[in-house]
Ligand binder design. Structure first.
Ligand code: GDP
Length: 218
């Protein structure tokens, strides 16, 4: 079922690719995206991290929380979801939801589980989509982007492993991805967050951004 939907999405993506013209960018004005940003605050605010396997998601989460003593980790208790979705409760402020990596080694029910979660978006304030800065946006990343766009989820792109490239190559990659975000997306935050979990470059700025959007910046 999940595999069928994934291949359906893949098929749609491949059909769509040549026809992709520049989309109108309405990040701050689209009613659908704006509605998500005004979600009620009954539950603890959530942000979620998604990305393909090996993109550097676990390393980044570790880098974000390495100096935070009040982080409580919980594994999803939903049947069949064990060890697939992790919840990091950050004090009384917010919960970071770590989604299973997609692509190579992805759990079979990834599409069903992630789609369902993102559709329900229980107080989900922002989705962080991780892209490997060395590799650039892959077909699988495109499926995740398509999903965020389709569900009108406000999302932010994080470029991982920036320590691995020369400055020239990194600049070329960043400019290319920035052009994609500006012309092919509606819900993606216009600023990219390039980071390295090895040198910690960009991690502090990302922490401040998360603190700001979750309302935990004092
Ligand atoms: P995940 O599958 O997305 O959770 O990816 P991991 O965090 O396990 O990282 C996958 C591989 O990339 C591991 O070998 C990490 O050591 C490496 N890695 C992750 N982040 C970085 C980074 O910022 N710089 C470099 N050079 N390697 C990284």
């Amino acid at each position: 079922m999940a595999a069928a939907r994934l291949s359906h999405r893949m098929g749609r993506l491949l059909e769509k690719a040549p026809a992709l013209g520049p989309w109108t960018r309405v990040y701050s004005t689209s009613p659908a995206f704006a509605e998500v940003l005004r979600l009620p605050q009954k539950q603890l605010t959530k942000v979620c991290f998604i990305g393909r396997s090996n993109v550097g998601k676990s390393s980044l989460i570790k880098a974000l929380f390495s100096l935070a003593p009040d982080v409580e980790v919980r594994i999803s208790k939903k049947p069949g979801h064990t060890k697939k979705m992790n919840f990091f409760k950050v004090g009384k402020h917010f919960t970071l939801v770590d989604m299973p990596g997609y692509g190579y080694r992805a759990p079979e029910d990834f599409v069903d589980m992630v789609e369902t979660y993102l559709k329900e978006r229980n107080n989900l304030k922002r989705t962080f989509l991780l892209v490997d800065s060395v590799v650039g946006i892959t077909k699988l990343d495109n499926i995740a982007i398509e999903m965020c766009e389709e569900f009108a989820l406000p999302y932010v792109m994080i470029l991982t492993k920036i320590d691995k490239s020369s400055k020239g190559y990194l600049l070329k990659q960043v400019l290319q991805i920035q052009k994609f975000v500006n012309t092919q997306t509606q819900g993606c935050f216009p600023q990219l967050f390039p980071i390295s979990a090895v040198t910690n470059s960009g991690v502090h700025l990302l922490k401040c951004f998360i603190a700001d959007i979750t309302g935990s910046l004092k």
